[in-house]
Design a protein around this ligand. Structure first.
Ligand code: ADP
Ligand code: CIR
Length: 456
């Protein structure tokens, strides 16, 4: 007997000894004898074999228990956050955490690509680890860098805990910002141009035949002046920000008219469904978790949107506001126009944090300046098979490629999210136009591959 055959025999004997063959046979005989064969045969077999399986009523009870347990966990988590917030770390603790975080980052020889690692020197750690931004926020370098200290695979690795962090810790933020936004040789005091939405009519429908583009979206980030960013927002401030945004949406007009939904009122299933439709954000990004973004969740979080879900405002996701315009096609012009009008309405009542050097301020340095990310979800099956060419083209065109589930998700079935990589150093119009030109170039490249395939 070969060794495989002998293993088979041994396995069969084991199944017989354990009563598995007998139990399965009985279930199959029972199914055979059933006059009305059930639609779900597997459920029938499972039920027959499982003596202590719950009946439907027990199952409903267990489901309710689970829901209650989840609510209770969420309440306890909030309570824990509140209590944690009351424990103030001493300067010595901050110092020890900063030194340990920096050591772990620099000891890691495998993950070396974050901008935090590239620019944070022992001298800067020494200079900054014990100073803070103004009271009552009192943000330390550690509050900004904790995410990068823990996640060595970060691309940036640092968030500003409040607007002042950019100035107080400028020797670490400034080179990171210049590097990320390709401004290395810019010696000017002003890195961001004045806001310019340009001639909206020059932005067009990029795929009128709906062959490649599934949807288009432009978002900008805004933070309300006078409040810290998410790492240092208090529970009360999360609520205040939400209230300010909700009040500002009351004057919305025309296609911007919608309603505000606070996250606490949305059940988990509906929320999941809204995330899938790209209407709502979810909790769970590992980098943001470490940076403290989900403290007091779901307090102060929510979304405003019109019935068509083409104009939306996310409240307290990563920034205080993410203002979003979308369309289920390639009409970038329509999307752009709606975004500009919606923002201008909000600006009548809200004042947003802006720095003379960096433009509009966001928690993540990658979003500074215009804070604008224009993206299309696009199907490029041939180009996506030639990853090297796709990446080279994207680099040349200053485009970023993500999965369609959002940042840090994978590309599936040749469908990807392509957006402008840079947000600072250019006007809003220049960036949207650059995405438009980039997408036209990618579609041309895909068409060339289609033609080559037909000819070859
Ligand atoms: P952002 O930083 O722009 O908010 P994410 O990559 O985290 O970016 O995406 C947030 C959400 O927006 C995700 O649900 C993502 O699928 C959705 N999204 C991004 N671009 C588009 C697009 N062009 N069409 C539809 N949904 C989009
Ligand atoms: C990181 O550093 O990787 C995360 N904190 C996210 C950075 C922003 N996103 C990006 O560069 N694509």
């Amino acid at each position: 007997m070969t060794s495989i055959e002998s293993k088979r025999v041994q396995y069969r004997k084991y199944l017989e000894r354990a009563g598995v063959i007998d139990a399965l046979s009985k279930a199959l005989i029972k199914l055979y004898e059933e006059q009305n064969k059930p639609e779900d045969a597997i459920r029938f077999v499972r039920k027959f074999m499982c003596e202590s399986c719950p009946d439907d009523a027990q199952y409903d009870l267990m489901k309710n228990d689970l829901e209650e347990a989840k609510t209770s966990i969420s309440r306890l988590e909030q309570e824990l956050e509140r209590l944690r917030g009351q424990i103030k770390k001493s300067p010595e603790e901050y110092q020890a955490l900063t030194l340990a975080g920096y050591k772990s980052l620099t000891d890691d020889e495998e993950h070396v690509s974050s901008l935090l690692r590239k620019y944070l020197t022992p001298e800067l750690v020494e200079e900054y680890m014990l100073i803070t931004t103004s009271a009552p926020v009192d943000a330390y370098l550690y509050d900004c860098a904790v995410s990068g200290f823990e996640h060595h695979d970060s691309s940036v690795g640092i968030y500003a805990a409040d607007p002042e962090s950019y100035d107080v810790f400028s020797k670490i933020f400034d080179p990171i910002i210049k590097d990320y936004h390709a401004q290395q040789d810019n010696e000017s005091d002003v890195l961001q141009k004045d806001t310019d939405w340009g001639n909206v009519d020059e932005i067009e429908n990029l795929d009128p035949e709906r062959k490649y583009i599934i949807s288009a979206r432009i978002r900008i980030a805004r933070n309300i002046e006078g409040f810290p960013f998410f790492p240092k927002l208090t529970e009360k401030q999360f609520i205040e920000v939400e209230e300010k945004v909700r009040a500002a949406t009351e004057t919305m007009d025309g296609e911007h008219i919608g309603s505000y939904l606070t996250l606490g009122d949305i059940d988990a299933e509906t929320q999941q469904e809204m995330v899938k439709r790209h209407i709502m954000f979810h909790r769970g990004d590992a980098y943001l978790t470490t940076a403290g973004c989900y403290r007091f969740w779901p307090t102060g979080r929510g979304v405003y949107h019109n019935p068509a879900a083409t104009f939306l405002i996310w409240v307290n996701e990563e920034d205080h506001l993410r203002i979003i315009s979308m369309a289920p096609c390639g009409d970038l012009g329509d999307v752009y126009n709606r975004l500009v009008n919606g923002l201008q309405e909000l600006e009548k009542t809200l004042t947003f944090a802006r720095s003379p050097r960096y433009g509009f301020l966001s928690a993540c340095p990658s979003n500074l300046g215009t804070t604008l990310r224009a993206s299309v979800h696009i199907r490029l099956p041939l180009l996506s098979k030639d990853n090297e060419r796709l990446v080279a083209l994207a680099d040349e065109l200053q485009l970023q490629i993500r999965g369609t589930g959002g940042e840090h998700t994978a590309i599936e079935d040749g469908v990807m999210d392509i957006s402008n990589r840079r947000r600072l150093g250019f006007t809003e119009f220049e960036l949207v136009k650059s995405l438009q030109d980039g997408i036209v170039a990618l579609i041309n490249a895909e068409e060339e591959l289609e033609t080559a395939g037909q000819e070859g």
